[in-house]
Design a protein around this ligand. Structure first.
Ligand SMILES: NC(=O)c1ccc[n+]([C@@H]2O[C@H](COP(=O)([O-])OP(=O)(O)OC[C@H]3O[C@@H](n4cnc5c(N)ncnc54)[C@H](OP(=O)(O)O)[C@@H]3O)[C@@H](O)[C@H]2O)c1
Length: 286
């Protein structure tokens, strides 16, 4: 029986992962924490919790995820997404735990030719405060020595997310405008949970793994696909990132190319599903 400390139990990903891991009663004994029960910025509290439980795995699903707010509240973003990850990693090293940290496509600048996808060995160069602080989190996660950094993207599940926002918008408007020049892989939390479970089972070499659904799209085409599946007739109008930024001056800069190559994930025998299949599955419950 392996003990798992799951940090961020009430987040969108953390909530689903907590419920799923609890189904493997013979394999995992899961200890979940929330911001109320463990603030990861409190170094002593993190160390005490880790020493008390002595987990085999520590999974960090906690983060400051409001990308636009990270621009105006950099110090909090840095504390949660960057510095606090070091608290967890050092504690993991102390008890010999394997650390699984969730990171993001936003560590890249997105200037790669749009026909190509980023591989794990390409140099990050974040263009937003969220990306910069998550990259700091990656560097700090490596202090654990036994670590997996799983970079995901465009995540949706049981929480506030793009798909729900677009469905809600269609109920109020006849036309929605959506950015058409950013490319990436929408990823369901269910698929990411499956990837995490596979990593825990297979224990491949430590390191960074790009962890999204298969296939690439734009926010504009993703919206059209959501509406098509749901039978929604609202018109989807494409706009450029530049036009969007003019309409939303507070918004953070986002990468044009967020495509993450899954070749490394395939090389360890993990094959995520296509994003359209995952989306169809998700929308059955929406
Ligand atoms: N959402 C995306 O599109 C996306 C894309 C790429 C990568 N990711 C990464 O995927 C992971 C999961 O994202 P998610 O969307 O599931 O996040 P989420 O729903 O925003 O959940 C994050 C959780 O972290 C908690 N938290 C914040 N500060 C904390 C602290 N100091 N100590 C302990 N807990 C704290 C939050 O609590 P409160 O809600 O109470 O503040 C929240 O429950 C994150 O690492 C994120 O960076 C997400």
């Amino acid at each position: 029986m392996k003990k798992v400390l799951l940090i961020g139990q009430d987040g969108m990903l953390g909530g689903e992962l907590y419920n799923r891991l609890n189904l493997y009663k013979d394999e995992y004994e899961v200890y979940g924490t929330t911001l109320q029960t463990l603030d990861i910025c409190d170094e002593n509290a993190v160390l005490n919790k880790v020493e008390e439980i002595k987990p085999y795995y520590i999974i960090n699903c906690a983060a400051y995820t409001n990308v636009d707010a990270c621009e105006t509240n950099y110090s909090l973003a840095e504390a949660v997404n960057g510095i606090a990850v070091g608290n967890i990693a050092r504690s993991a090293k102390k008890v010999g735990a394997t650390f699984i940290q969730i990171s993001t496509d936003y560590v890249f600048d997105g200037n790669l030719d749009v026909d190509k996808a980023y591989t794990e060995d390409m140099k990050p160069n974040p263009v937003s405060s969220y990306g910069k602080t998550k990259l700091m989190g990656e560097e700090n996660a490596k202090l654990a020595e036994k670590y997996y950094i799983l970079r995901t993207a465009w995540l949706y599940g049981q929480g506030k997310n793009f798909a729900r926002t677009m469905i809600a918008a269609s109920q109020k408007r006849d036309e929605v405008t959506v950015v058409c020049d950013q490319h990436g892989s929408p990823t369901s939390t269910t698929t990411l949970c499956e990837i995490i479970e596979q990593i825990m089972k297979k224990e491949p070499n430590y390191g960074i793994y790009h962890s999204t659904n298969e296939g690439f799209t734009t926010w504009y085409d993703f919206t059209k696909t959501i509406y098509e599946i749901k039978g929604i007739t609202t018109t989807v109008k494409p706009i450029t990132s530049e036009e969007y930024a003019k309409m939303n001056p507070q918004s953070s800069k986002r990468p044009f190319n967020s495509k993450l190559s899954k070749e490394k994930l395939h090389s360890v025998g993990i094959y995520p599903s296509d994003y359209v299949d995952a989306l169809k599955e998700y929308l059955k419950g929406e």
